[in-house]
Design a protein around this ligand. Structure first.
Ligand code: DX5
Ligand code: ZN
Length: 217
């Protein structure tokens, strides 16, 4: 089952509640919320108060992608604000195993995100503990960037490791996913698709969501 997670990074931040309603009505599964701190990535977005303000306005679980240094400091805050899944970057965690256990102890799903240059070996010893791995298909920081094709091989390799170890771990892809390339990532093994600009900058969110789903296979 393919899950579609629109990224609100490309939504109209002045009308977030309305934007969320639009993607929910179009049949999306998760709401992808990009949190950036201006240190780990060269951009700043939003924090727990905004996530909190969206709580209760949507039935979609909140998939919170933390692009922040030392994310342990904010795990409780984002859980209280309504996160159902928390993704931390392996590059931002000195004690990644501890951070994963911290997230799980708060009763939410734990995911680790990998920048394009980060090898799969960085999660070799924690994969069993994860609910999801986020393969970044652009360098994090901005919406609307181009998909990096060499990430397809990384997705395939991760899928084969997950299958070999008989694990139940989702593979999420994030960055540059459009109706015309989504089939490549799903064929490689991804099952959770993030799309920001492709959805929110389209003329018809409903038509684009349908097209992504159809092409995802
Ligand atoms: C990039 C973010 C993505 C981004 C995706 O740093 O993590 O979630 O919003 O946007 P698109 O789909 O436009 O590449
Ligand atoms: Zn993201």
């Amino acid at each position: 089952m393919i899950k579609l997670a629109p990224s609100i990074l490309s939504a109209d931040f002045g009308n977030l509640a309305y934007e969320i309603k639009r993607v929910e009505e179009a049949g999306c599964d998760l709401l992808h919320i990009d949190v950036m701190d201006g240190h780990f990535v060269p951009n700043i977005t939003l924090g727990p108060p905004i996530v909190q303000s969206l709580k209760g306005r949507s039935k979609m679980p909140f998939d919170v992608h933390l692009m922040i240094e030392d994310p342990d400091r904010y795990i409780e805050d984002f859980v209280k604000a309504g996160a159902a899944i928390l993704s931390v970057h392996s590059e931002a965690c000195t004690h990644l195993h501890r951070t994963i256990q911290h997230i799980k102890s708060c009763g939410v799903k734990a995911a680790v995100a990998l920048n394009p240059a980060t090898p799969l070996s960085s999660i070799e010893y924690v994969l069993e503990d994860l609910d999801m791995v986020l393969i970044m298909t652009v360098n994090p920081g901005f919406g609307g960037q181009r998909f990096i094709p060499s990430m397809l091989d990384k997705i395939k390799q991760l899928k084969s490791i997950i299958d070999e170890r008989k694990l139940d771990v989702d593979i999420q892809v994030d960055g540059g996913i459009k109706p015309d390339n989504v089939h490549l990532v799903t064929a490689a093994g991804a099952n959770v698709i993030v799309a920001g600009s492709a959805i929110f900058n389209s003329d018809s969110i409903e038509a684009t969501v349908k097209e992504i789903r159809k092409n995802a296979g």
